[in-house]
Ligand binder design. Sequence first.
Ligand code: UD1
Ligand code: CA
Length: 481
Amino acid sequence: MTASADSSSVSSPPLAAVVVLAAGQGTRMKSVLPKVLHEVLGRSLVEHVLHAVAPLSAANTVVVVGHGRELVLERLGATFPSAVTATQEQQNGTGHAVAIALSALPNVNSGSVLVLAGDTPLLTTHDLSALVNEQSSASAAVLSALVADATGYGRIVRNAAGELESIVEHKDATEAQLAINEVNSGVYVFDIAKLRSALGRVGTNNSQGEQYLTDVIEILRADGDIVRASVTHEDNILGVNDRRQLATAGAILRKRIVDAWMLSGVTMVDPDTVWIDPTVTLEPDAYLLQNVTLTGTTSVAAGAMIGPDTSLHDTGVESGASVVRTTAIGAHIGVKATVGPYTYLRPGTVLGPKAKAGGFVEIKAAVLGEGAKVPHLSYVGDATIGEGTNIGAATIFVNYDGVAKHKTTIGKHVRIGSDTMLVAPINVGDGAYTAAGSVITEDVPAGSMAVGRARQRNILDWVLRRRPGSDSAKAAVADSQ
Ligand code: UD1
Ligand code: CA
């Protein structure tokens, strides 16, 4: 599920086309990145829009690109390969942009077209579907909202009967029109033939010298057509023009997502500190503590406890696992496994059922069998560790010789002593032990004890001879009396 796109709520007639306007530079973002590629919750603004639109199953999707065209094409090619792009070399206005999109659809002459901007990531599928229904008995329908601060928006001008008459841009509005707090969201559904006809008649006689798409409304009204405006919540239409609005959009989307998960049965101790990408899946009875960020394809099963202070990316957590103060990327955490605190799991980490990755442990590309434990202060890389094996504190899997990575294989029920260096490639057989502090450079047969360290030698009275009169020497003398 995602908070913005829920195909089960769609019951509107099919669309002939969707047009997404995304050619503008987004000057106020002050960025080298085109505005629509800025991200909230793991998706770019334009991808949020396309996800909200997707359940409407339009026959054609055209994205109008201009500024940063190559970057937008690259991104959409990867995530929405079915979208067609049309290039608007010069940004002569929203009307001009739509005309360019329609010229990319020369054979689509009947049906409805949804037009919207690529910088409005909070649009909901529900609102879009309702607007499509609204237009099915009219030539056009506009999504509007009543806002506290209408600055910058086009104003919805209605007649005495409450019918939509025209949309007037902020810069062209009269004093009386500026007082209107119902604004144009920039989302419209048109009969495509009516739109083509009206666009051909849009001029540039306005304060910006641009072809305004909004002028189409007045033209259709003059033709005697029915045009409707339907109102939605202010949050849903938020357009991102600067980084403050980017953060605001992220905050609203974040709240929508955590609210939806709580209603579906996920416990959150402090939901205001939880960030969940729309691509994440959670089961009912997952339990999230404070400061948790779940991104990418992360999934959390029932009864798993995550947090506090944990970030999981592309990580699967199975039921009953506990993951405390951990950063994990591309890991899989098995049933009832325990992780943390202060643990770093990197791609290819697979913890079997009831396995443990304890405090200050880093693991990469390693598979731990059922009940295998790495409890303290260790690095495990490129390894297989059998079931029931215990890795002593401060063990290092020495996997890198400066040129290549090598693999370590450890059998079942092995006891690796504390502070062991396992110099890969190495195999440790089932049930073997290693002595604490060993540097293991040769394979250890099953059931053996490997000792790889210098034998201890005590130089008696060295302190009394070489550090006479020191606190250490005094302590030693006192001890011997
Ligand atoms: C537009 C509407 C305004 C509405 C507001 C909602 C017009 C004339 N005005 O104003 O009524 O309240 O959106 O946010 O349509 N774009 C192009 N090519 C262009 C111009 C714009 O692709 O030549 C794209 C932009 O990249 C953007 C979208 O169209 O994604 C809207 O353009 P913008 O300039 O932001 O329009 P507003 O002035 O906000
Ligand atoms: Ca805008």
